[in-house]
Design a protein. Structure first.
Length: 400
């Protein structure tokens, strides 16, 4: 297939050159034949000799390279035609050669250059009009004027169409590159979204499982009930993590709407409705959580609801990882303009901002990215009374 395309492209490039060469050779033959067989009983024109054939060849053969050097070919052709007319040979056989040379200039050169060449070509052809048969001089003058005008208008129109085609080709290439860049940005955004979801799901549940595993191992023989409770917490966290991973796979395979149609609480996207469950799971890991909801609660849009839940989940996960002996407080306030969330802990040492999400800071970046999607903001830093504080504000549309 590649070889066929290369061959086809080579043929298309070579075809104009071959066509011009064939035209030049055939024109020399036709003009020479017409000049040799011309009846001239009244002796209007000079007798045909070898110089007539030489000049005809010099007029037509350079047309084989007219696309490569249009101005040079026109100047040479006009000079030979001028000599031909001056010597008084039969004039009609060389007119088409000069017309084609000028047409090529009109196609490939700027309009001001074509205008000068049109004037020069017209003067040469008018000089040849004096050789017309008696009674046809006016017709010859009108003919050469019309021929030059048609060649100029046609060539100029073709040039503008070619320029427009080149501009369209450039725009098409720019559109293609822009589309590729847009697709790459969309893929990158989707990758970042998947990375945020994976981080939030895995980091939280793995943190809970890690803490509970350590607790179960520590009290396995001394306090079987506590160990059993820890194992139940591990099983529940693992089950919920699997459910959320399954929901993510449904989103990737079938779309968000299909994921929202899942059966049961664990297959639907989490939100503030699971805040109490999240708090109990964190408390089971040893961190006391106080949840306060103020204002008049109302149903949030699904995207905002998930954003608020994930930010709270990530903040509590960081408390478990960096201040396991602390107690945390979650405050959610509803008002007409926004939903405001504040997660604080009373740890003795503040959590460094650079380590809130681990070595690469993915958690804090993910929180800010989530909030930024809905026009919200996230701040994180040491609390006014010690410990650490994460604050989220997500504006709500005027008409919910």
């Amino acid at each position: 297939m590649f070889g066929q395309r290369t061959w086809s492209r080579a043929v298309r490039r070579a075809f104009p050159q071959v066509a011009d060469t064939v035209y030049a050779v055939v024109s020399v033959w036709i003009s020479s034949t017409a000049l040799r067989n011309l009846p001239d009983p009244h002796g209007y024109w000079r007798h045909t000799d070898v110089w007539a054939y030489v000049l005809i060849a010099l007029v037509y053969l350079p047309l084989a390279v007219r696309r490569r050097a249009p101005l040079t070919v026109l100047i040479g052709t006009a000079a030979c035609v001028m000599c031909y007319f001056t010597l008084g040979y039969y004039h009609v056989v060389v007119v088409s050669g000069l017309g084609l040379a000028f047409y090529t200039v009109a196609v490939q050169c700027p309009r001001r250059v074509a205008a000068r060449c049109a004037a020069a070509s017209l003067l040469v052809l008018l000089w040849g009009a004096r050789l017309a048969e008696p009674g046809s001089g006016l017709f010859s003058v009108v003919f050469v004027i019309v021929m030059v005008a048609v060649a100029w208008v046609t060539g100029d129109r073709f040039r503008r169409l070619a320029e427009r085609g080149e501009r369209l080709a450039v725009l098409r290439e720019q559109l293609r590159l822009g589309q590729e860049e847009k697709e790459q940005r969309a893929v990158m955004a989707e990758r970042m979204k998947i990375a945020r979801e994976l981080h939030d799901v895995i980091a939280h549940h793995v943190s809970v499982i890690s803490v509970q595993t350590g607790l179960a191992g520590y009290v396995f023989t001394s306090d079987p009930n506590t160990a059993r409770t820890a194992l139940e917490t591990i099983a529940g966290s693992a089950h919920e993590a699997m459910a959320e991973m399954r929901r993510m796979l449904v989103v990737l395979r079938e779309g968000t709407e299909r994921a929202q149609e899942g059966v049961g609480d664990h297959t639907a996207a989490p939100g503030l409705g699971r805040l109490d469950q999240l708090a109990r799971r964190v408390e089971a890991a040893g961190v006391s959580v106080d949840v306060r909801i103020t204002g008049v609660p109302f149903a949030l849009p699904p995207g905002v609801d998930l954003c608020v839940y994930r930010v709270i989940q990530e903040a509590l996960t960081n408390v478990m990882k960096h201040a396991p002996a602390a107690s945390a407080s979650v405050s959610v306030h509803f008002d007409e303009a926004a939903v405001r969330v504040r997660v604080t802990d009373d740890g003795q040492e503040a959590i460094p901002v650079g380590t809130i999400a681990g070595p690469a800071g993915h958690g804090l970046i993910g929180m800010r990215e989530r909030a930024g999607i809905y026009g919200g903001t996230v701040t994180a830093g040491p609390g006014p009374r010690g410990g650490f504080e994460v604050a989220l504000t997500v504006p709500l549309p005027p008409a919910r």
